[in-house]
Design a protein around this ligand. Sequence first.
Ligand code: MN
Length: 326
Amino acid sequence: MSTEPEVIRVRSLFLSDVHLGTKGCQADLLIDFLRHYDADTVYLVGDIVDGWRLKSGWYWPQNHNDVVQKLLRKVRKGTHIVYVPGNHDEFLRDYVGSSFGGIELVDHAIHEGADGKRYLVIHGDQFDMVVRHARWLAFLGDWAYGAALATNTYVNIVRRRLGLTYWSLSAWAKLKVKNAVNFIGRFEELLSSEAQRYEVHGVICGHIHHAAMHDKFGVRYINTGDWVESCSAVVEHYDGNFEILRWTDRQVQVSAERRATRKRTRGQAALPAPSPLPPVMHDDDGDHAAALPVADTLKAALGLTSSDRPAAEGSRSKGPDNKRAA
Ligand SMILES: [Mn+2]
């Protein structure tokens, strides 16, 4: 097909904070990105599906489903996909050690780069509480640090039970604009020290929706950004170099290239128009494997299945001679 983009193959691809299931998710841009990039290994670094939001109101448009199908298709074509759940998709933390459609769910991962350097791959929400109270914790020492990490998880379990949304560090930091830079710095420093604790060369994370790559804190710090605002991803090329890609920038370039291609194609001798094909699912890549029922699986994992199912038909309980108490 003439409109098929030239695919750039990379060694690894890191994505986080896609927030499927929310209106803010830039699913179309992500689908376009996934058409342009293929990788040996894809790491999904948390908050890919927003379980918190889905639980309070089901929102699952076709293009969100397409993102998942696109990833599953990559698995079928040989890509190794590793999913490290974050706080918004923490319901998947119950499934760590298993896999979904070939996507491997893990608590955290150690990525070995082309140059042999090792990186801790973790979402990063585990450090919210520590970032918030960094000064106190530094004063109180290791014990308090450990306690804060535990409290972070506990507070959010309680909030979830109460039906409250996850307390979001990034949203909170944004509200306190003056301090946002400080919070980002603290987060980066903490994640870097976590990498040192693991005795690896760096950390690859997400969570704060702020793509970055530097060595300010003694190890390499890489944040993949998000697909709500910045539409960024991190790739590792075959030479071991990492690169942050911002698809909102690239998108402009890509659509210009596409327009140019279309113009060139139009200039060629017109061929008789082929008869239209019947629509085949929503996968335009000629892969006709049965689509996995992603929405049903998500509902089941979120515990939404039973309440959403209509009552069984043909039930006698509605019959007039049924005298059982309700
Ligand atoms: Mn997060």
